[in-house]
Design a protein around this ligand. Structure first.
Ligand code: HEM
Length: 144
């Protein structure tokens, strides 16, 4: 349990940290100079650690959720079940945003579409931060 939680926290650091750097350091410069290159460059570098980190989050998170609640109760009406449901909903949103970015935004990225990508980066960062908020909720027995 301790090792899996450790891995989960390590993956969370990579996922959330990477998106915060993208949102607050890479994107503002790219928008100011109307240049997509910094974003492309960052995506290229980050992909190699970011995607494995997300896969680690899913595997370790599902295992941890199983420790909190038997799978049959995940869609029940208890406070912990609501936390598991929130994590799964955030995962669904992350996958949709990721697929949309990879298939629709990144291949046709130019200066005009940069603000659109910016909104997208903001949304995915918000979901990443929300994952942490919901995660901390397990320790406190609820979302807030
Ligand atoms: C990028 C995605 C994710 C991030 C950034 C993330 C982040 C976190 C963080 C920071 C905690 C707090 C741990 C603590 O209180 O010590 C946590 C706990 C937890 N997360 Fe995630 N998480 C992610 C994805 C998932 C997924 C997909 C699931 C699957 C349902 C999940 C299930 C859990 C569970 C069950 C806990 C409670 C662990 C415990 O304290 O025993 N997480 N998460």
């Amino acid at each position: 349990m301790r090792y899996v939680l450790f891995i989960h926290l390590l993956g969370a650091s990579v996922w959330v940290g990477g998106h915060l750097v993208l949102l607050f350091s890479v994107l503002p410069g790219a928008l100011r100079r109307r240049d997509v290159q910094p974003v492309r460059h960052f995506e290229g570098l980050y992909e190699r650690v970011g995607l494995p980190a997300l896969l680690v989050q899913v595997a370790s998170g599902i295992w941890l959720a199983g420790q909190w609640l038997p799978h049959a109760q995940w869609f029940g009406d208890s406070p912990v079940a609501h936390l598991v449901q929130a994590k799964l909903a955030l995962l669904g949103a992350t996958v949709l945003l990721g697929v949309h970015a990879r298939l629709a935004l990144i291949p046709r990225l130019d200066e005009q579409r940069l603000p659109h990508l910016g909104v997208h980066i903001l949304l995915i960062t918000l979901t990443a931060v929300a994952f942490v908020w919901v995660g901390a909720g397990f320790r406190f027995g609820g979302l807030y």
